[in-house]
Design a protein around this ligand. Structure first.
Ligand code: SIN
Length: 280
């Protein structure tokens, strides 16, 4: 299928800039399918110089599926599916400021996220992404055999259970800390992407708290190896934002990290997520 837009890869590992498309306008089925194919191939898509109202962003997201709502962070009052990700000048921490894949503490984590830059510091506030297929594929066969059958335990407790950094944000309101503390779901340590069939590492430092059937020491040691492998430099790309940039990513194949290097400045982003299925 010829894509009705341009695709310019960003690095050898992942990411592509998509040009010649105005995503504020309704997408026809062919364009939506071509974007999905581009996402499966590149994992992170960047659209520059867009101008999106909240409604237009929601409409764009709905071309790819039903939208999610964060269980532990209050959404936008008018549009609960929108998460206003705001870092104030004197916030000491930021939302998303650690390597993670979105909401893996849910039984059916959101498959994708779409982030729109509304207000940015003059410099800084980039977002890093890491390709989890590449991270898995670069492991030794021995390590793959060890981890292929393993099950990871994920929870929201470290981030949203009361003492996590998201609790200390000024502009964002966390909720249901009890629910977050009690949350616990199991996912395969290696998941198979449901659209491409490629395997990917599926553990992250923010939400994966253990490996089923292992002692705390065994699981901490193995997870440390996998957390580092997941985000090794050769698997990453870095997105530099300008106001109006939109980045869409696949949570089944990437982790991301919002860099907080702009103390004294404000950063405001608008995020929506697309619901996903149970990882296999
Ligand atoms: C997130 O974790 O979804 C936020 C990413 C960002 O603000 O760059």
């Amino acid at each position: 299928m010829t894509a009705p837009f341009s695709i310019e890869p960003l690095t050898g590992a992942l990411g592509a800039e998509i040009g010649g498309i105005d995503i504020s306008q309704p997408l026809d089925d062919h364009t939506a399918a071509a974007l999905r194919a581009a996402l499966n191939e590149n994992h992170v898509l960047v659209f520059r110089d867009q101008s999106l109202t909240p409604e237009q962003q929601l409409a764009f997201g709905r071309c790819f599926g039903e939208l999610g709502q964060h269980p532990y962070v209050a959404g936008n009052a008018e549009h609960p599916e929108i998460l206003d990700i705001v870092v104030e000048p004197d916030d000491r921490t930021n939302f998303g400021g650690g390597w993670h894949s979105d909401v893996t503490f849910l039984a059916e984590p959101d498959m994708g996220s779409i982030l729109y830059a509304v207000e940015l510091p003059p410099v800084g506030g980039d977002t890093l992404f890491a390709n989890q297929h590449a991270a898995y594929e670069a492991l030794s066969d021995t390590m793959k055999e060890l981890i292929d059958p393993l099950v990871g335990i994920h929870s929201a407790k470290l981030q949203f259970g009361g003492r996590g950094y998201s609790q200390r944000s000024q502009a964002m309101t966390t909720r249901d800390a009890d629910g977050a503390r009690e949350s616990e779901v199991e996912h395969p340590v290696v998941r198979t992407h449901p659209e491409t069939g490629r395997k990917a590492l599926f553990v992250n430092r923010a939400f994966t708290i253990g490996i089923k059937g292992m002692t705390r020491t065994e699981s901490a040691g193995l997870l440390e190896i996998l957390f580092r492998q997941a985000v090794a430099e050769q698997f990453t790309c870095r997105i530099r934002w300008t106001v109006g940039t939109v980045t869409m990513w696949d949570n089944r194949s990437v982790q991301h990290y919002a860099v907080h290097d702009y103390k004294g400045q404000r950063r405001r982003m608008r995020r929506i997520t697309i619901r996903g299925d149970r990882p296999n």
